[in-house]
Design a protein around this ligand. Sequence first.
Ligand code: PLP
Length: 391
Amino acid sequence: MTQHPLIRNGYYGEFGGQFIPEMLRRNFIDLEQAFEDAWKDAEFKSTYADLLRDFVGRPTPLQRADRWSERCGTSVWFKREDLAHTGAHKINNAVGQVLLAMRMGKRHIIAETGAGQHGVATATACAWAGLPCTVFMGAEDMERQQPNVERMRLLGAEVRSANTGSQTLKDATNEAMRHWIAHPEETHYVIGSAVGPHPYPMMVAEFHGIIGEETKTACQTKGIKPSHLVACLGGGSNALGLFLPFLDEDIELIGVEAAGAGVESGRTAATIEKGSPGILHGAKTMILQDDEGQIEEAHSISAGLDYPGIGPLHAHLASTGRLRTAAAEDEEALQAGLLCTRLEGILPALETAHALAWTLRADWSGSEEVILNLSGRGDKDLKNYIQNPGE
Ligand SMILES: Cc1ncc(COP(=O)(O)O)c(C=O)c1O
């Protein structure tokens, strides 16, 4: 993993690194070594592959979205991560990291969550493994994503509310980090996106690489030559999972951020478009910050995109021009999600709905083959959809 051509001493170009307290130094040395060994170990990989097949339900389908394609005026395919166990891509990484934690002899799993999908995925993997699990979640997100809070509790996890700051994902991450620093020996922290200090961004991306690998295989089988890969960007894990195996190919990569009330409104989560380089949660990346380097609150209707940072690998890919970014506002994401429900019979997560919204207004010629990562299902967002039913 550390040998990945994109990594140099834990950095991707100028982004990444390992800005951690001394107390966690040992954990990071151990984690890096453990993942490197595990990823080379045929037995670990085969156990992981078995779990992805039998527990997670992979491979997920690559489905042509006929009526959506008609609306967009070009060919659009959905990679159906909403059909993975627990309803989103997050489970790929949760299962992988819990397996790794077991191999490392860790006795307690902690996680942060925004939309609750990563929390549910981690609680699910922990129930399977028989390991105690604590999930940190912002108080505001607990309110927004109540069904997922209940699911985590049913799975046996303890859900701890983060009551500082905006009471969202950033604050939940702070609380999880604090807990880890206080209990470094027995705990493994399952970070839920391709963010945080090295080796997390690449490790999380590798665990999600299965999304892109399956997409490649399905494209070969179905005779599709993809021209564009599109995904929403929270911390960046579903996007990287899809993009990773295609990085060296002549395919356009588009990451859709949450514009919130508008990129220029001051109430946004469009971190790459509006942010500047700085350090957040142990990595140098693009972040929303004021002139004094204080983190600014992000805003998005979608709890999973409401984060003032982005994974450092995305920051790097955007800075080199390999990744093109766009942004979709709250209202257009809501409407796109509702439209997808009516046209395709798929109620998407509000996070995913941002990527969908962009495909509706992109300037297509009609000859593209677009693959959109349908990162999750929208049951958790019912309240928001019902309150804004559109036409
Ligand atoms: C369904 C779904 N899609 C996307 C995201 C955004 O995260 P990431 O950018 O890491 O894929 C989330 C986060 O919670 C999510 O639940």
